[in-house]
Design a binder for this molecule. Sequence first.
Ligand SMILES: C[S@@+](CC[C@H](N)C(=O)[O-])C[C@H]1O[C@@H](n2cnc3c(N)ncnc32)[C@H](O)[C@@H]1O
Ligand SMILES: [Zn+2]
Length: 280
Amino acid sequence: MTTLDAAFDLLQCPSCGEPLAPADGGAECGNRHRFDRARQGYLSLRAAHKGKGAPATGDTPDMLEARERFQADGFHDTVAAAVLDAVPESASGWLADLGGGTGWYAARVLDARPTLRGIVLDASAAAVRIAARAHARLAAVSADVWTGIPLRDASVAVALRIFSPGAAAEVRRILAPGGRAVLVVPHGDHQRELQHGLKLMRVPAGKAEEVAASIPDARLVSAREVRARLPLSIEQALDAVFMGPNAFHQERSTVRAALEEWVAPINVTLAVTVVTLELP
Ligand SMILES: C[S@@+](CC[C@H](N)C(=O)[O-])C[C@H]1O[C@@H](n2cnc3c(N)ncnc32)[C@H](O)[C@@H]1O
Ligand SMILES: [Zn+2]
C-alpha cells in the first residue's frame, strides 16, 4: 500500500466535507464528488468554493526550481533544524505540511521521525508532482488550503505551515488532541537588503505574536527566532527573489542587471520565528 492509499484514512471531500474513498483510480465521496489521481502519484483535490472564486494555483515551476536550489544550497537548514526540534521524537501518526511546496521540510522531518507518515497539501500541481516523490512515507495532494483543508477533524499529530498561507481555525480543526502546529513566520526585516535595494513588492510580514495566539485553546510551546546573515552570490540572490511572490511581478533579467551593480557576496538577512503550539 502506498502512503497515498493509506492517507484515505484522513482525506475528506473539499466540496462537501464527507470522507473520501478510493474509486476508479481516483477518489469519491458519498455525494459523488469525484477527484483524479495523477499518473505522477498525487491526488488532485482542487475544487471551486461557492463565492470564493477559482482555487489558488500556487507557485510556478520556475519559482519551485529557485526555491529548490536555495534550499539545496543550505540557506534554510537552520529553519529546518528548528522545525525538526519542534516535532517530538515520540510523535506518531500523520504530519500534514500545509502549503508544503515540494515537500522539502516534510521529507526532512520524516527522515528523522520514523514513526510519522506525512502528507503535503499545496495549490501548485507542479509542487505536489515533486512532493509525491520526495519521501516513501509522504503522500501529495493538490488543494487550496486557504478555502478549507481537505483533511478530517482531529486527524493529524503535526501540522506544518512554513512560509505559507492557511487559516488558523482550519489548522485547529485537523489537529488531534495533544497535536502540534509548527508555524514559520517571516519577520519584517526578512530579506530586507533585497527588498530595499531592489525596491521589491513587500511580502507582508507575519506577526509572530498574533500567530502564537491564533489557536486560543492551544499552549504556546515555544516561539523561537531564527536569524542569520546569508552570503549570497548574484545567482543565489536572484533565487531568493524569484522563489517568492515577486516572481509574478519582476523579470529575472532586469533584476540580474540591477544586482550586477552590487558587490558579491550580497549579505541578506534571514529572520523568521518558528512558533510551536500544542493542543490539550
Ligand atoms: C513560499 S512557498 C513555501 C513552500 C514550502 N512550505 C517551503 O517552505 O518549502 C508557499 C507555498 O504555498 C503554496 N500556496 C499558495 N497559496 C496556496 C493556497 N491557497 N493553498 C495551498 N497552497 C498554497 C504555493 O504553491 C507554495 O508552494
Ligand atoms: Zn463531496
